[in-house]
Design a protein around this ligand. Structure first.
Ligand code: IVH
Length: 690
């Protein structure tokens, strides 16, 4: 029998290398230029490492065209090219304590015997890299990383970011300084934006990093300004006219010059401490308010850095420890549908179990049919799932090249899987709804919601108890919860229940009767009414009775309530079943008024003639919180400083708004002063113009 000659090791390595090189190049292009990576980072890292390993075994594969010799991606010509004064390198990665220890050993071996090494341990911000060239203290050019040697000029886009100063606060600034940093999209804002897009039936961003790079690469800087992008400065490129001995000294200077620098960076003198910081940052990763995908260790001493040098791709004086990824791939086995308390039908994925950042995921939300079609996710696909902190895991996309033949596009079932009634998609909506108010799953979910903490908070009535009492025929609708005291014997007769458990539940129900109107409103499943809206409604309308009879216009005129919320409220009260429920709840003795203070008339509010601009970071609240609190006092909070601005509130690292305020003679308040204003102090008077 004739046998084919086995391929030589080198030939098969060459073929695999070609394949991996193609995959890596394509992925980089899609990641950097299109902001649409084809695979999650883990997959990319695995390809890249295999490529590096092949080149180590077969050095001939390491041609100048290999992706291991390049950084970033080719440019697509959207923005003018800019040649970085000093190239922007990438970082080598480590995935374990062992690899970190090996790196520290390598660093020590690269330096004279016995020399001590101080390390900076920094968060690895998951955003998009930028280079800012300041000449004589003013921002001259800002550019993306691009190929590493040449980036795209996005100076105006960068200046549209609130925390980026145009002028450095330094009386004797260096002639030239290249400041490197990461532009990121704060998590809460990202989630809010994405959920709005999903509700509107628009394409959702895969993750905050893509959202940041997409937002930053908009041609119109005004569009960039609409996004809450932020910057962290983390490195130094070329510098002339100033010497820095250490990274620490550079960061201190950057901070004092008004550049945004993270206050999380820790300096350590040995590898044990460095590893302890990595573990701490990994444990805290979901609490920073922005996405973090690792920890960067850097040699602090810039002289030592010069001795250690760099490869064509990455410096030897730094390493990125990669945290377990929040995105992973797995197979989508099936799509099922849940029907929630408002009747909204949410498709969710049944997944081949997969560990994502330490937790095994078997289910993930797919949001709605529109998202499934926009993302073209099909049963049988390999999909990317993302689990960020407390947020429900979601399917963010499909790996289309891995699609099995015959995988069909998914459509929402015509009937509700719980009650068989039709599932309908209202005109202009991205979501389907089960309209049957008696749908057993809707009832179960609304009962559990009524008892939950943000609503009436009924102790002893968790999800499982709700299901048990529903199955026992004791809970048919929301009002039945308050009829349970009349069923004491049946409750006591339930398997495993004794008098004590019944007493506890009934005490919980008695307490729930006395909750104020705003909590009851949250419990009622009115579309768009969460705790903030409920408070606004209660504050203005005072009683359930007045709320039930308020007209659309009256509702929409309330501060914080627009036409959509008003329509949701009206539609709820106009449904006869809900009217009956309200009557029942009143008859069962629930409280229907509030203790919230009545809103004062606009002209009685202390700040009703003031226009306030906020800049910088505050310690006691986010800018948004401060905005709401000032608005509650009648102030108008504006985005730009003008001659009509009453005061500017400046936190840490204020932006160019502070300069503008000074130019125009607008009084500036620090955080302590604004706290006094919130407590009733008067605003300072404006200097007379001129
Ligand atoms: S230092 C010479 N520090 O991660 C390279 N990079 O995966 C200096 N990144 O290209 C980079 N946080 O865009 C550094 N604290 C940090 C970082 C950081 C995020 C980005 C940076 C870099 C990429 C490498």
């Amino acid at each position: 029998m004739l046998r084919e000659r086995p391929e030589s090791g080198e030939a098969s390595a060459q073929r695999r290398h070609d394949e991996l090189a193609r995959l890596v190049r394509d992925a980089r292009y899609r990641y950097y230029v299109l902001s649409d990576p084809p695979v999650p980072d883990v997959e990319f890292d695995a390809w890249y490492r295999e490529l590096v390993a092949l080149e180590e075994r077969f050095p001939a594969l390491r041609t100048p065209g290999s992706p291991t010799r390049q950084v970033g991606a080719p440019l697509d010509g959207t923005f003018p090219p800019f040649e970085h004064v000093e190239p922007m390198l990438s970082l080598d990665n480590a995935f374990s304590e062992e690899e970190i220890r090996e790196w520290v050993d390598r660093v020590r071996r690269g330096l004279p015997d016995g020399e001590s090494v101080r390390l900076a341990c920094e968060l690895k911000f998951d955003g998009t890299a930028v280079n800012c060239v300041y000449r004589d203290g003013a921002l001259d050019v800002s550019a993306t990383r691009g190929t590493g040697a040449v980036g795209e000029t996005i100076t105006q886009q960068l200046l549209a970011i609130e925390s980026v100063p145009y002028r450095l606060e330094d009386d004797r600034p260096p002639e030239l300084v290249e400041v490197r940093g990461e532009v990121y999209y704060p998590l809460a804002a990202f989630e809010q934006m994405n959920s709005e897009r999903i509700e509107r039936g628009e394409v959702a961003f895969m993750n905050p990093r893509n959202a940041a790079s997409g937002a930053l690469r908009q041609k119109d800087p005004a569009k960039v300004a609409e996004r809450p992008l932020a910057l962290f400065v983390h490195g130094l490129g070329a510098v002339a006219g100033r010497e820095f001995g250490t990274h620490h000294a550079f960061l201190e200077w950057a901070r004092s010059a008004g550049l945004p620098v993270s206050d999380q960076t820790v300096f350590v003198d040995d590898v044990d401490s460095a590893w302890a910081v990595i573990e701490r940052f990994t444990g805290e990763r979901h609490s920073f308010g922005f996405e973090v995908d690792g920890v960067v260790l850097k040699v602090d001493d810039l002289g030592q850095r010069r001795v250690l040098g760099a490869t064509a791709r990455a410096p030897r004086w730094a390493i990125a420890y990669k945290m377990p990824p929040v995105e992973q791939q797995t197979v989508l086995r099936a799509i099922e549908v849940n029907v929630g308390r408002t009747g909204k039908a949410t498709p969710f994925a049944i997944l081949e179990p997969v560990a994502v950042a330490g937790v095994t995921i078997t289910k993930a939300t797919l949001h709605n049919e529109t998202q499934i079609h926009l993302k073209d996710v099909r049963v049988g696909d390999t999909v990317v799932v993302r689990r960020a902190g407390d947020v429900i895991p979601e399917v963010v996309g499909a790996v289309v090249p891995a699609r099995p033949p015959g995988a069909a596009s998914w459509t929402m079932p015509a009937a509700c899987p719980f009650c068989g009634e039709p599932l309908a998609r209202p005109e202009g909506e991205a979501n389907h709804f089960c309209e049957n108010v008696d749908c057993p799953n809707r009832v179960l979910e609304s009962l559990a919601h009524l008892a939950s903490r943000g609503a009436l908070d009924i102790e002893g009535l968790g999800e499982r108890t709700v299901a048990l009492l529903h199955a026992a025929g004791l809970l048919g609708d929301l009002a039945d919860v308050f009829r349970l005291p009349g069923h004491r014997d049946e409750l006591a007769g339930l398997e495993g229940w004794g008098d004590k458990r019944v007493d506890n539940l009934l005490a919980g129900i008695a307490a729930a009767r006395t909750r104020p109107l705003e909590r009851l409103l949250v419990a009622l499943n009115i579309r768009h009414v969460g705790s903030t809206v409920a408070k606004d409604l209660a504050r203005h309308l005072r009683t359930l009775d007045r709320l039930g009879s308020a007209g659309l216009e009256q509702l929409a005129a309330i501060d914080g309530i627009g036409p959509t919320i008003a329509a949701g409220v009206r539609a709820w009260f106009d449904t006869p079943r809900n009217r009956e429920l309200v009557d029942d709840l009143v008859a069962l003795g629930l409280r229907t008024d509030t203790d919230l203070a009545e809103p004062a008339a606009a002209e009685e509010l202390p700040l009703h003639t003031s226009t306030i601009v906020i800049t910088g970071t505050l310690a006691s609240f986010t800018r948004d919180e401060l905005k709401h609190r000032l608005e509650r006092l009648g102030a108008k909070v504006a985005g730009t400083v003008s001659a009509r601005t009453t005061v500017v509130v400046a936190g840490e690292q204020p932006g160019s708004k502070l300069d503008k305020a000074r130019q125009l003679g607008v009084p500036v308040l620090d955080e302590a002063a604004v706290l006094l204003v919130l407590e009733g102090a008067a605003l300072p008077p404006r200097d007379p113009p001129g």
